[in-house]
Design a protein around this ligand. Structure first.
Ligand code: 13P
Ligand code: SF4
Length: 436
């Protein structure tokens, strides 16, 4: 039986939730399907963009995968028809299939996910599943990781090959190799060679949100992978082994995590890959504890500490929770920060009547609000702006890849070449060992 106090709280929260002002969208095209952009992700005029919702500062590299146009029946089907087709295909495939869904996927896709989680949980799910086919409803680096961690006889499928990640694209192998060579010149020895105390000069740490080639670079140079849920443990592992860390591609996760471990901001210069020595002199580089690659997530970089202030002014009791890809002033002003799964658990564990302002991708925030009508859950940013690449996974693509599997055809398989896969697995296994 529900107590009167709880019922009143619930009613009030529900009323507040309904009364939230209608938000505006950062891009009107987000109401449409992604089809037109997918076939031509680098549409002129320059700079080439990732499609609806992406920031003007995100320039898609020329190597961005293109998605071939799928049959019209998938692009024009109603949501109900696509839902029925996906359900039927999943039934036909049974245990031969597992569908993994990241928290930022749209509701119509999440409805069909067998496992929903953050990037670490989904990597583990890919490693543990016995299914013959892993359909990854997420972005390209996640599908690559799933391929690295699954068996060779399993196939990993990304429903839309144009679902990349603008942050992951901000560091490529050439730029990281050039940085490594400059670090070697400044340190006077190979960065991964041990110094007098047995520690190496630099430990490379790559965020999961990076290409398999960069994970392989870390595997080859004594480095490691991290996700937002284990970055602190991974950085501690790296500090034990090295004089300094090169953290790429997300400067914000690197800065927020190292700052929480006590590293002063003055010891964390930002490495700009377009400038000699990252834009610094040798002394600054030698004195660094963490070199932060100049990369960011445009979804999380939208959040500001002014938004945190506004949320508190509107509701002094509000709990502000943000993702650590947000800039440091936002994380510092928030009550808590963590991976998507941590955010989910904080909301699930809070008593009825709690009010949250959340700084992460809008699909997840909206789903939390819908799942918890007894709590007031709003997005810190009043402008609706989904991740432009997660948005690319439309139910039409999911129906297409699943029906192809039913017909015995594997489309959109993501396979990391063997020469890259070996060392990339080394870096991933180090992470799995640190953060079991
Ligand atoms: P997590 O789900 O691991 O927190 O990562 C968020 C993200 O940006 C994935 O692209
Ligand atoms: Fe990449 Fe940001 Fe989208 Fe995550 S939310 S996939 S980091 S662009």
């Amino acid at each position: 039986m529900v107590s009167i106090a709880v019922q009143l709280d619930t009613d009030r929260a529900a009323a507040q939730h309904r009364a939230r002002p209608a938000s505006t969208s950062c891009d009107d095209r987000l109401a449409d399907g992604p089809w037109a952009m997918d076939a031509l992700p680098t549409l002129p005029p320059p700079p080439a963009q990732y499609g609806p919702g992406s920031s003007d500062h995100d320039v898609a590299p020329p190597t961005t995968p293109v998605q071939t146009t799928i049959p019209e029946r998938y692009r024009t089907a109603s949501p109900a028809e696509l839902d029925a087709r996906v359900t039927a295909a999943k039934e036909a495939l049974g245990e031969r299939l597992v569908v993994l869904g990241h928290h930022y996927q749209r509701d119509e896709v999440i409805a069909h996910a067998d496992v929903i989680g953050d990037s670490f949980q989904l990597a583990r799910a890919a490693r543990e599943t016995a299914a013959e086919h892993v359909v990854f409803c997420g972005v390209h680096f996640m599908a690559e990781t799933a391929d690295l961690l699954s068996r060779p006889d399993q196939s990993v499928v990304l429903p839309n090959l144009a679902a990349g990640c603008s942050m992951a694209d901000m560091a490529d192998l050439d730029a990281v190799t050039a940085c490594w060579e400059q670090l070697g010149a400044v340190l006077g020895r190979a960065p991964d060679a041990p110094g007098p105390d047995g520690r190496v000069g630099v430990v490379p740490v790559t965020y999961m949100n990076s290409s398999a080639a960069l994970k392989a670079f870390c595997g080859e140079h004594g480095g490691i992978v991290c996700t937002s849920s284990n970055a602190a443990a991974v950085l501690e592992w790296a500090f034990e082994r090295g004089e300094r860390v090169l953290f790429f591609p997300d400067q914000h996760l690197g800065r927020n995590t190292a700052a929480a471990l006590g590293v002063p901001l003055s010891s964390m210069p930002v490495w700009d890959p377009r400038r000699a020595l990252g834009g610094h002199d040798g002394q600054t580089v030698r004195g660094a504890r963490v070199l932060l690659w100049r990369g960011w997530c445009s979804v999380h970089q939208r959040f500001t500490s002014a938004q945190v202030d506004a949320a508190r002014a509107a509701d002094p009791g509000v709990t502000v929770v943000v993702h650590p890809e947000c800039p440091a002033p936002v994380v510092d002003a928030a009550d808590d920060s963590g991976s998507t799964e941590k955010i989910l658990r904080l909301v699930q564990g809070a008593p009825a009547g709690t009010s949250f302002a959340i700084g992460t991708e809008i699909n997840m925030v909206r789903r939390l609000a819908d799942a918890h009508p007894d709590k007031t859950i709003t997005c810190l940013d009043p402008v609706i702006c989904p991740c432009s690449t997660m948005y690319r996974i439309h139910p039409g693509y999911l129906a297409w890849v699943l029906e192809a599997l039913v017909a015995g055809e594997v489309v959109n398989r993501v396979e990391v070449p063997a020469s890259v896969a070996g060392p990339a697995r080394v870096a991933l296994e180090r992470m799995l060992e640190v953060a079991r």
